[in-house]
Design a protein around this ligand. Structure first.
Ligand code: DGY
Length: 330
């Protein structure tokens, strides 16, 4: 008897070989070994006849793609953020979306803290100075920055990652933690985190170090622009590990140039991998290429969770971290 053909899926970006091997036990797997991000047209072409896809933030799954790929049943994002998915359109098309929460929380919080420290203590600025051979004498005020310990940490967005950052700030660095979020945390969690809920305006005005950890949406587009920066202390620092587009990068670059705030640390950018040219010319900003969750262990866990979602859904009709579970119930 002829063996039944395995269902076909696409892994849209290069991932770890062991993850591909696990998928190959169940599916015909089309891979993108060159790891060049596919254009929307290329993605549509590559998805013809495929029932599943593993995506990253570079691939959009929207109504146009769904209409052109009627066989698609699941898109598994290798990311906790899923602003590249039009979830209502996916639900309408009966396509399940999944993301990768939890497995990256602590790693991403570590990096958020690394950026807070690097920004406050002028790490990259001073390293560039040294590498450029400009260090010829020590001085008392050389690269004097702002203290992190004992200062006020402001967190905008208090989901899992925001809470993990709050814990580090309060328990590790003795910081006063204030936060703003769409919904306030339970009193018990606030007590455990030693975090105080404040209005958005109070957050902007009181934070010595403000970190953004909220999801990107039409609502959060340019949540931090010139007007918000003007509310911040001139000594404050701003860190964005959430998504490009939450900060108005042009307004931030101008504010940094004019020293309206002390410094910024950015892991995400509007239109990345392009970076606003003005950000490249101001010294008081630490810039990293969207690597907050990038440890090998965590990136492996993210890819494996996405693969596990695809395997569980296409072989057993269940998913581990569904974004639109109504699709499963339907
Ligand atoms: C995430 O998981 O959302 C990270 O930003 C990687 O895209």
């Amino acid at each position: 008897m002829a063996a039944t053909a395995k269902p076909a899926i696409l892994v849209a970006r290069a991932v770890f070989p062991e993850v591909i091997d696990a998928l190959r036990q169940h599916f015909e797997v089309d891979t993108n070994d060159d790891d060049v991000a596919l254009t929307p047209d290329e993605l549509t072409q590559r998805l013809q006849g495929k029932v599943g896809v593993l995506t990253t933030g570079s691939e959009r799954v929207d109504a146009a793609l769904l209409a052109a790929c009627p066989q698609l049943r699941i898109a598994a994002n290798i990311a906790v953020g899923f602003n590249n998915f039009d979830v209502p359109a996916m639900t309408a098309a009966g396509v399940l979306g999944t993301n990768t929460p939890d497995v990256l929380t602590e790693t991403t919080a570590d990096f958020g803290f690394a950026l807070i420290m690097a920004t406050a203590r002028r790490l990259t600025e001073s390293e560039h100075f040294l590498r450029a051979g400009q260090w010829n004498k020590w001085a008392l005020d050389m690269f004097a920055g702002a203290d992190v310990h004992g200062s006020t940490l402001g967190i905008l967005g208090m989901g899992r990652i925001g809470q993990a950052i709050a814990r580090r700030g309060a328990l590790g660095f003795g910081m006063k933690v204030i936060y703003h979020n769409r919904s306030r945390l339970d009193a018990g969690i606030e007590t455990e985190l030693r975090a105080r809920y404040v209005s958005r305006d109070q957050l902007l005005q009181q934070a010595d170090h403000l970190i953004l950890v909220l999801p990107y949406s039409a609502e959060s587009h340019h949540a931090i622009g010139a007007a918000e920066i003007a509310r911040m202390k001139p000594t404050a620092t701003l860190v964005n590990i959430a998504r490009g587009g939450i900060v108005d990068d042009a307004a931030l670059a101008a504010a940094l140039r004019d020293r309206r705030i002390a410094a910024a640390g950015l892991d995400v950018f509007e239109g990345e991998p392009k970076v606003h040219p003005d950000l490249l010319t101001v010294p008081n900003v630490v810039l990293t290429p969207h690597i907050a969750s990038a440890t090998l262990a965590t990136r492996r866990a993210m890819a494996q969770l996405a693969a596990d979602n695809v395997i569980a859904y296409l072989t057993e009709g269940r998913a581990l971290t569904p974004l639109n579970p109504d699709v499963i119930r339907a």
